[in-house]
Structures are given as structure tokens and as C-alpha cells.
Design a protein around this ligand. Sequence first.
Ligand code: 5GP
Ligand code: ZN
Length: 113
Amino acid sequence: MDCLFCKIISGEIPSKKVYEDETVYAFYDIAPMAPVHVLIIPKQHLSSINDVTPENSAVIAHIYEVAAQLAKELGIAESGYRVVSNCGADAGQTVFHLHFHLLGGSKLKVEMC
Ligand code: 5GP
Ligand code: ZN
């Protein structure tokens, strides 16, 4: 499958890894929008939130556990942060491998849309 993030998980495309376990991979965004900008992705290829089902949703809960852990490690747990997943064209999704942006380290814009 010609998927950028699958290639990052396999190491075919280099990335700055922050965390990895059996089901999840996390790495710094190449074009950060905040002082801390990490992408957390399932190793299983899911295109977007549209692909989440009762059979695979445990990984989504785990991604939030990882987000909380990384927020602590990266020093933004107390100051605050945002976890965002864009789904589809209207949300501006550009990479069609499900990912969660972990953003923090400065006062984020309040506007959500
Ligand atoms: P989306 O716009 O789909 O929600 O987010 C995709 C994100 O992937 C963007 O923030 C973009 O900067 C990031 N990105 C795109 N290509 C690469 C890459 O090759 N390496 C890394 N680390 N991030 C990437
Ligand atoms: Zn993929």
C-alpha cells in the first residue's frame, strides 16, 4: 500500500520517533504548528476515524493513554494541550492514515473551525 505513514512505521521513510509499542507509533510532525507537535498513529492502517469499528477501537483508547503519557513526558500536561484528528476533505485531512495531533507548549487558538 502506498501510504506515507505506513512507510514511516516500517522505517522506509525516516521520522523523529517519540514513542513506539506493539500497536502505536508516535513521531514529531515535520511542519510543527505548535512548540510541541507530535503525531500519534495506530500501526494498523486505518484511513481515518471513518474506519473505526467495535473490532479495532481499543487502539483509539490506547492512543489517548499514550497522548496523556507523552504530554507528561514533554512537559505540557499541566499547561494544557489539544488532541486533534482531522477526518476528510472539509477537516483538511492530507494524510489518509488515521493520526492524532498532540499540540501544546503555547497558548493555542480557541477557534475550532
Ligand atoms: P492532516 O493535515 O492530515 O491532519 O495532518 C497530516 C500531518 O502530517 C501534517 O501536520 C503534516 O505536517 C504531517 N506530515 C506530512 N508528511 C510528513 C512526513 O513525511 N513526516 C512527518 N513527520 N510529518 C509529516
Ligand atoms: Zn497507512
